[in-house]
Structures are given as C-alpha cells and as structure tokens.
Design a protein around this ligand. Structure first.
Ligand code: GBH
Length: 493
C-alpha cells in the first residue's frame, strides 16, 4: 500500500473512478453512484453492496473459549485480572465463558445457518506459547487447526487475529508486558510460528486488535488487564512498543507465510465525524483523523509520529529510531477498523490543528454500554478517512455491533428491534461509502453470540445469538434473522 499521499494528490490519483473530494460529494443515488450489488430485488441500487462483498461475524478468544487450563494453555493477564476481586462486574471470569473450546462445531453451524462467508476469530497466545516465549505447546495450536478445518469444511473463510488482549502473564511478570520491548519481539516470534502453520489455510491475518483499547484502558486507565495507570514517558513508550510489536509481526508474517497470505490490522480508530457536512468541517475531521490516531494508525500508515503529537508530548515523547519507524510502517495488504461510535469535531481556526472536539450532549442516545453513542455515519466516515488520507486499497470493517438489554420474550425469542435498527442504520451508511467507491471489502458483525464483555463481565450482551450461560444454549435473536437476510440479498434490508 503506498503511503504519504496527501489530500490533494489523492483526488488526482483516484480521479473520477475514485473517491470524490469533500466539496463534490454526491448524494445517495446521485449520478456518480454506480449500482454494483446483486440484490434479490432488482433496481434497488440504494441498498445493494458490491458483488463479492464479504459478510462475516467476529469473536475473540478470551471472550468465548473457556477451557483456560486445558491442553497446556498458560495463564494470561485476563485470567489474573478477572480473578482479582472487584475488577470485573460480579467478579465474572472467562474460565468457562461460552465453552467454545468444546462447542466450536456448534458455533460453526450457527454461522453456516446465517450464511456468513467469513469468520474473524482470535488466537490465544498463551495456548500456543504458555509463557509467551520459549517452548511452544503444539496442543494449543491444534485447537485452531481443528477450528480452521471445520470452517473450511463449511465454506467459511477464516480470518485470524493474533492478539486480542490475552497476553501471556509471564511476559507481564518478566517485562512489564507491552511496557517492555521484549514483548514486541516475543509477539513477532509467536506471529511467525503461527503463520508458518496456519497460512496453508488461513489467508487473512490481523496482527493486533485495538491498541486504542488495550493500551489506553489496560495500561493507562487501569480498567482492563493488566490494570496499570501509567503516565508520561512510560505510557508513550508502552504505546510505541505496541506498534513496534505490530511492525515486527508484519515482517515475521511475511517471512514465514505461504503465498497468497494477506496481512493487516484491526484498530478501533477514533472516528472524527464532522458536525455538519460542509467542506470546512470535513477538512477539520480529516485533520482530526490523523491527530487523534497519531500514536497508532497514523504512525503505522505514515511511518512518522505527527509533529503535533511529538510537540505536545514534549520531554515525554517516546524514544524511537528511524529504523523502528520503518518497521512500524511495514506495508499492509489491508486495513481493518472496528467501528462503534463517533467523535464529533468542528472546524476551529484558532487551534493549531484546525479542529475542536465537540463533546456528546447529555441527551445523546447510547446503547447500554455507556461509551457506545449511536451515530450511524461513523460507519461512513471511518472507512472514508482511511481511504482518503492513506490511499488504502482494501478495507474491512472488522467489528461493528451494539449491546442491548436482550430479554427473552414469552416464546423464548429475543426481539432485539433496537439492535436491528442500529445495524440497519449503520449498514445504510456503509452502503453510502461503497457507493462512493470507498474500497470496503467486507464487514464482520460483533458479535456472533453474547460473550464475556471484559470489565462488564456477562452483563452486556453484544451477540446476535442469545447465550443462556447456565445451559450454553445459543438462540438466534431477531438480529440474526435480519443479518441472514442482509447476507442473502447482499443489501441493506
Ligand atoms: C471492542 O472494543 C472489542 O474489540 C471487543 O472485544 C468488545 O467486546 C467490543 O468492542 C464491545 O465492547 O470502560 O471506560 O474504559 C470496542 C472499543 C474500547 C469500547 C474500550 C469500550 C472501554 C471503555 N472499546 N472501551 S471504559
């Protein structure tokens, strides 16, 4: 993927077939809109997605697997954290979770019934290397071999994430986890090991899920594992080691992958949404996109920290070498973004970066998760910014979904009309992006089923299948019926 494309050259490069500039955005269905989909209904260009669009669902290892002591798995920082009283709501743990380690065949059948083309799951590092580094545990990787084979036997493409927060505890104990450069190195070794053994069948690999969450919430706010409250240089250096781990892993993956393997990332970028869609506010949002993601996606895409970030950090700026920046910005085949919620911005000529954040008013609607403000156009602006600022050629929405109260009705069904409304509205905005030729190739709904929602334990449900944790029974919610229709028609329903 070529980098360092600024806004002006971008418009030139993409020309008429590419994205349009902010000043000449077509309205939905306008003359620039090319109908591309294959909806079951004809002539409904407003709803169709491009042919071959990859519809999927997503999960993560610690949130669903359980079986934390089985087949030689080592402890992760999330085992330690969830077993520390007071850290997770109701002191819930992932010890059993959805028991997916044993029920994976059932869960693949749920996907098959939905008709998904792809499944994004994560690999538990401490299953593969119980101590993070040192001797591997082949029995741990065997689980993913079984899962991948089962997916392929059911015509579902596996998309694997190497790190979704379950860091081997031993790395935390010995090196301070991501505070230590050693962890970045160990991550690359683990990435190379897994890649060599899975990429005969797994063609899409994500390095790391959401720096913006596991570093900020885990190492800065202390709300997630490992529960630290770092500040200043220590925090910035930890952020730097995490992106360095990503870059080293990309290199290790390239070195050991079978041909045809594609590598990317899954980041929960902060998504600046212009308060009003005028050229000035849009330009402010684009500037905000670079600055608000400076420590993570921006340095990965541009190979440099922004001047404003370094200047604001002053003496606390991370220490790095030019060689490290090169590693961090190793070219990617695709960019994955997790999209939930917006950050509204407005133009502000008095600011050195040209924008100001606009806080959510108290009345702004949100899901049961207090942080999940509902703004469907985040799913338009997220991929549009990525494509326009960095000329990304292949984008995946690696997560999108919402929590809901999800109470089963008398007939046992969960009629989650709020989630259906959320998904329909967000997908309409994603459709707007693909209609403008933003190169979004696929969408992974979070989540296949209710699961361990980190510090919220089992109190917040994100699934389109309801899970009764006492019996491990999975039941499709109304949103699963909705999603099945979307997939079948390749269109917003
Ligand atoms: C994703 O994070 C995760 O990738 C996924 O594992 C998770 O289940 C899903 O969203 C739903 O939450 O408690 O104040 O510290 C989305 C981004 C970052 C949003 C962490 C919640 C915690 C807020 N998340 N953040 S706070």
């Amino acid at each position: 993927m070529s980098k360092k494309v600024n806004r002006r050259t971008f418009v030139k490069l993409t020309g008429a077939a590419g994205l349009v500039s902010a000043t000449e955005m077509p309205s939905l269905g306008g003359s620039n809109t090319v109908p591309q989909g294959s909806s079951a209904r004809s002539g409904d260009a407003l709803r169709d997605f491009p042919r071959g669009f990859i519809w999927g669902t997503a999960t993560a290892s610690y949130q669903i697997e359980g079986a934390v002591k089985e087949d030689g798995r080592g402890p992760s920082i999330w085992d330690t954290f969830s077993h520390t009283p007071g850290k997770v709501v109701n002191n819930a743990t992932g010890d059993v979770a959805n028991d997916h380690y044993h029920l994976y065949k059932t869960d693949v059948q749920l996907m098959k019934a939905l008709g998904v083309k792809a499944y994004r799951f994560s690999i538990a590092w401490p299953r593969v290397f119980p101590n993070g580094d040192g001797p591997p545990n082949p029995k741990g990787l065997d689980f993913y071999n079984r899962l991948v084979d089962e997916l392929l036997a059911n015509d579902i493409q596996p998309f694997a994430t190497l790190y979704h927060w379950d860091l081997p505890q031993s790395l935390q104990d010995r090196f301070g986890g991501w505070e230590g450069r050693e962890t970045a190195k160990a991550f690359a070794d683990y990435a190379g090991y897994v890649t060599a053994r899975l990429t005969d069948r797994v063609k899409h690999i994500f390095t790391i899920n959401e720096f913006g969450a596991f570093i900020e919430v885990g190492y800065r706010w202390g709300i997630h594992a490992p529960g630290l409250k770092l500040t200043g240089l220590r925090l910035n250096q930890t952020r730097h080691h995490a992106v360095l781990g990503h870059g080293l892993a990309v290199q290790a993956i390239r070195a050991s992958a079978k041909s045809g393997t594609r590598v990317g990332i899954a980041e929960n970028i902060t998504i600046p949404v212009p308060v009003v869609e005028t050229p000035t506010h849009v330009a402010a949002a684009e500037s905000a996109m670079r600055e608000m993601n400076a420590q993570y996606l921006t340095v990965i895409m541009e190979g440099k920290y922004t001047d404003y970030y370094l200047k604001s950090a002053g003496a606390d700026a991370p220490k790095f070498t030019p060689e490290e920046l090169k590693t961090i910005s190793s070219p990617l085949d695709f960019v994955g973004i997790n999209v939930y919620t917006p950050q509204f911005v407005r133009a502000d000529a008095s600011s050195p970066v040209g924008y100001a954040q606009v806080p959510h008013p108290k009345s702004f609607p949100h899901a049961p998760s207090f942080w999940l403000f509902i703004a469907p156009d985040a799913l338009y602006w997220g991929p549009r910014h990525v494509a326009k600022l960095w000329n990304a050629k292949e984008i995946y929405i690696t997560e999108n979904g919402c929590s809901a109260s999800d109470e089963p009705a008398a007939d046992g069904k969960v009629y989650d009309t709020d989630r259906v409304t959320y998904l329909r509205s967000y997908l309409t905005q994603l459709r707007r992006a693909t209609a403008e030729n933003v190169p979004v190739r696929g969408y992974f709904l979070w989540s296949l089923m209710d699961n361990f929602e980190w510090a919220d334990g089992y109190t917040n449900r994100f699934g389109i299948h309801y899970v009764d944790y006492a019996t491990q029974k999975r039941t499709p919610k109304l949103s699963a019926d909705f999603y099945r229709e979307v997939i079948a028609r390749n269109a917003v329903v």
